[in-house]
Design a protein around this ligand. Structure first.
Ligand code: BEZ
Length: 221
């Protein structure tokens, strides 16, 4: 949240950061040509994987497919990406269905020229110049970047953490609160610290036992 200091809304000149508008693109996908703006109105997890037909990525795709229904209940869609072709994506998705019994229910971008990967900084040349890292961009329904998470090639992502971040962001938006370390839905949330000495006094009075001190107050929703 901005302070009272007059901070201008950022223009995206470099790589997208939290709080920036998501850079727009049009891309070939397993669901045909899609534009990022097609997802406006939904939250979106845009994520990259290193390569099709690799074991860690296969476990991730099965895990993303598994959480997709719960994400949809949160009005959140999934969009995968790698530098493989649409044909490779189709063959891999068919293989995952045939061999693992899991249907991949979301589109995958075929970013052969690394256009989207470059726009979003998904290639980390120190790790690999030919593959995208395991990047996760969480965007809200207005297509603002709300969270960015990177994992290295060798570490499969934790879907429960990705779900937790979406739920935490939506809870913060809805209730004007923050969420503490290891927060899970149903647990106490954190009141944003008061911005003046007077508000600090008032906070302690109003919240009573919910406050350990003026800056540290929790409450149930
Ligand atoms: C994998 O998905 O298994 C993988 C991909 C790239 C590097 C290492 C592992």
């Amino acid at each position: 949240m901005d302070s009272a200091t007059d901070i201008q809304a950022p223009t995206v000149t470099g790589l997208p950061r939290i709080g920036d508008p998501a850079p727009q693109f049009t891309a070939d996908t397993t669901f045909g040509t899609l534009k990022l703006e097609d997802f406006k109105g939904s939250w979106l997890i845009l994520f990259s994987h290193p390569a099709d037909f690799t074991p860690v990525c296969t476990t991730e795709f099965m895990a993303f497919a598994e959480i997709h229904p719960e994400l949809r209940e949160l009005n959140c869609e999934l969009l995968g990406l790698s530098v493989d072709s649409v044909y490779s994506h189709i063959a891999w998705v068919r293989n995952v269905k045939e061999k693992m019994g899991v249907e991949v229910t979301f589109p995958i971008i075929a970013d052969l020229n690394k256009d989207v990967a470059t726009l979003y900084g998904m290639v980390n040349p120190g790790e690999s110049t030919t593959e995208t890292s395991r990047a996760v961009f969480i965007m809200d329904d207005k297509q603002m970047i709300r969270a960015i998470i990177y994992y290295p090639l060798t570490t499969g992502r934790n879907m429960q953490e990705i779900l937790r971040v979406v739920k935490a962001l939506q809870t913060s938006d809805e209730h004007g609160v923050a969420t503490p370390a290891n927060w899970e839905p149903g647990q106490k949330v954190i009141l944003p610290p008061p911005k003046s000495a007077e508000a600090a006094d008032q906070r302690v009075e109003e919240e009573g036992a919910g406050c350990k001190d003026w800056y540290f107050c929790k409450k149930d929703l």
